[in-house]
Design a protein around this ligand. Structure first.
Ligand code: SF4
Length: 458
C-alpha cells in the first residue's frame, strides 16, 4: 500500500500525511469513561461522535457508549444551545448516568458555543435537575491531539468536582496518564503491594476490559467514583505519570486544593518503574516489599538473557509523547539504538527529551514532534532499521519495507488483541515488552532465513 513512498524527504509545514495522532475528543471520551457512571457527550455533529466511538471500540474491543448533540445545518449556523439542552434532558431521562461529561468538537468550537452558559441555562429552565451532574471540557481538534483532550478532560473533572475539606488524609492520588485498562490494573496492583492508600484517576479498568456476563451494562462497575474524585482534594500528594496527559490535572488539583504533586514519566521499563516505586515508597513511608524486588530481579534477568539480541539494534518508534519517551528510555536501557522517534502531537519538549535520553547511546537520533508516519517511513528508507514500534498504522510501513520486525504499541491498535488485557507497565510489563520485541526478531528470522540457517534454538 505504501510502496510508492519515496526516499526523498521534503520538509513540510502545512501538510501532514498519515498523522501520528488523532483528535482531541477521543482522549476526552477515553478519560470520561474512566469516571464511574459517566456518559461522555460530544457537542457537535453525529459524524464526529461516531468516529470517536468506533475508534475506541475497535481499539478496546468493548462497546463504547457516548451521546451527541447531533448538529445539523441549523445548529451549525445558529449555535448548538437548543441541541445541547434537548440532549441533556434526553440523556438523563433515557440513559440515567451519574454524570454527563460534555466535550466540544471542531464545529462547536468554531461557532464559539459557551457550554457553561448553556448548562447553566438548562438548569435554570428546569431541563436538568439539581442532582443531575454535568461538566464540560473544551477539546478543539485543530490544536493538540487526543492526548491533549485526555489531559483537558482530567483537569476539567478536578476543576468541577475535587474539594478540600480542610482535613488532609493519608491518601496518595495516582494519575496514570493515557495507558491501557490493563496498565491501570497493574498500577493498582503495585500500589496495593506497596501497602499505600491511593485513589487512581481516571480508571478505565473494569470499564473497557469487563468480563462477559451475558448482560449489557451501559455503566460497568469500574471507574473512579465521584466520591473519590471529590476526596482527591484531601489527599496529601499526587503522583502524576506521563507529563503531557497528567500534568494539567495535577496542577489544577494543586491550585484548587493545595495538594502537592510529583511528576513522573510513565512507568515503562526499568528506570521509569524504579522512579514510580520510589515515589510510592517515599509518599507512603513504606519499604519496598520483597515481592516487588523479586519482580525487578526477574526483569533484570530477562534483560541480561536477551541482551545478545538487543545490542545495537536500530529502532524507529512513533506514537504519543509520554509513551514514546518512556519506551525510548527502556530501549536505551536494553542497549538498543532508537534512531528515530516521531510523534504527531505538537510540543518541542518531546524532541529535547528524546535527545537527552539518547545522548550517550545514540546521539544521532532524529526526534520529531508534530510530524507524521510518512516522514518516519521516508527516514527509514534512508536509514533502514531493525525494528519498528508504533500503533497499528505502522504495519503498512513494515510491509512496504520488507516486513521488518514490527511491535504494536500505543493507540490505536485495531488489528490485534491483547493490548488492553496485558500490561506493559511496571517490571512485569517490561518483561512483556522484551517478549514482544525478541519474538518479533525471531519471527523475522524464521520467515526470512534460508533453510540451512533456520535454527530450532535461537
Ligand atoms: S477533527 Fe474535528 S471535525 Fe474531525 S472528527 Fe475530530 S472533532 Fe470532529
Amino acid at each position: 500500500m505504501l510502496d510508492g513512498t519515496t526516499a526523498e524527504i521534503r520538509e513540510r509545514q502545512a501538510l501532514r500525511i498519515n498523522p501520528a495522532k488523532t483528535c482531541q475528543p477521543i482522549g476526552a471520551m477515553y478519560a470520561a469513561l474512566g469516571i464511574n457512571g459517566c456518559m461522555p457527550h460530544s457537542h457537535g455533529s453525529q459524524g464526529c461522535c461516531a468516529y470517536h466511538r468506533s475508534h475506541l471500540t475497535r481499539h478496546y474491543k468493548e462497546p463504547v457508549a457516548a451521546t451527541t448533540s447531533s448538529f445539523t445545518e441549523g445548529a451549525s449556523v445558529f449555535g448548538g444551545l437548543a441541541n445541547l439542552q434537548q440532549a441533556l434532558e434526553n440523556i438523563f431521562t433515557i440513559y440515567k448516568p451519574k454524570i454527563v461529561a460534555v466535550h466540544t468538537t471542531c464545529l462547536s468550537e468554531v461557532i464559539g458555543d459557551d457550554i457553561p452558559m448553556i448548562i447553566e441555562r438548562a438548569r435554570r429552565e428546569g431541563k436538568i435537575k439539581p442532582d443531575q451532574l454535568v461538566m464540560h471540557t473544551n477539546t478543539p481538534s485543530f490544536v493538540g491531539s487526543h492526548v491533549t483532550g485526555f489531559s483537558n478532560q482530567c483537569a476539567s473533572t478536578i476543576k468541577y468536582f475535587s474539594e478540600s475539606s480542610g482535613e488532609t488524609k493519608n491518601v496518595v492520588n495516582l494519575f496514570p496518564g493515557w495507558v491501557e485498562p490493563a496498565d491501570m490494573r497493574e498500577i493498582k496492583r503495585m500500589a496495593k503491594e506497596m501497602g499505600i492508600e491511593f485513589i487512581l484517576f481516571p480508571d478505565t479498568s473494569g470499564v473497557l476490559d469487563t468480563g462477559h456476563t451475558g448482560h449489557y451494562e451501559m455503566y460497568p462497575a469500574g471507574g473512579t467514583t465521584l466520591e473519590q474524585i471529590k476526596a482527591m482534594g484531601d489527599s496529601f500528594q499526587t503522583i502524576a505519570m506521563g507529563p503531557l496527559a497528567s500534568k494539567a490535572a495535577a496542577e489544577e488539583l494543586e491550585k484548587k486544593c493545595n495538594v502537592p504533586s510529583r511528576l513522573l514519566e510513565l512507568p515503562i521499563g526499568l528506570s521509569n518503574t524504579d522512579a514510580f516505586v520510589n515515589a510510592m515508597r517515599l509518599a507512603g513511608q513504606v519499604p519496598v516489599p520483597a515481592s516487588i524486588e523479586e519482580e525487578r530481579s526477574r526483569l533484570i534477568d530477562m534483560m541480561s538473557d536477551m541482551a545478545q539480541y538487543m545490542h545495537d539494534k536500530k529502532v524507529a518508534i512513533f506514537g504519543d509523547p509520554d509513551q514514546v519517551t518512556a519506551l525510548t528510555q527502556f530501549l536505551v536501557e536494553m542497549d538498543m539504538k532508537p534512531v528515530i522517534a516521531v510523534t504527531g502531537t505538537p510540543g518541542k519538549a518531546f524532541e529535547a527529551k528524546i535527545k537527552e535520553i539518547c545522548a550517550e547511546k545514540c546521539p544521532e537520533v532524529e526526534a520529531r514532534a508534530y510530524s507524521d508516519v510518512h516522514f518516519l517511513h521516508q527516514w527509514i528508507k534512508n536509514n533502514p532499521v531493525d525494528l519498528l514500534i508504533g500503533n497499528g498504522f505502522g504495519k503498512f510501513v513494515a510491509k512496504a519495507e520488507g516486513n521488518i520486525p514490527f511491535v504494536r504499541f500505543g493507540f490505536p491498535i485495531m488489528d490485534r488483541v491483547g493490548h488492553r488485557a496485558f500490561s506493559t507497565i511496571g517490571y512485569t510489563g517490561a518483561m512483556r515488552l522484551i517478549e514482544q520485541i525478541t519474538n518479533a526478531f525471531f519471527d523475522y528470522r524464521d520467515r526470512n532465513d534460508p533453510d540451512e540457517k533456520i535454527e530450532l534454538v535461537l
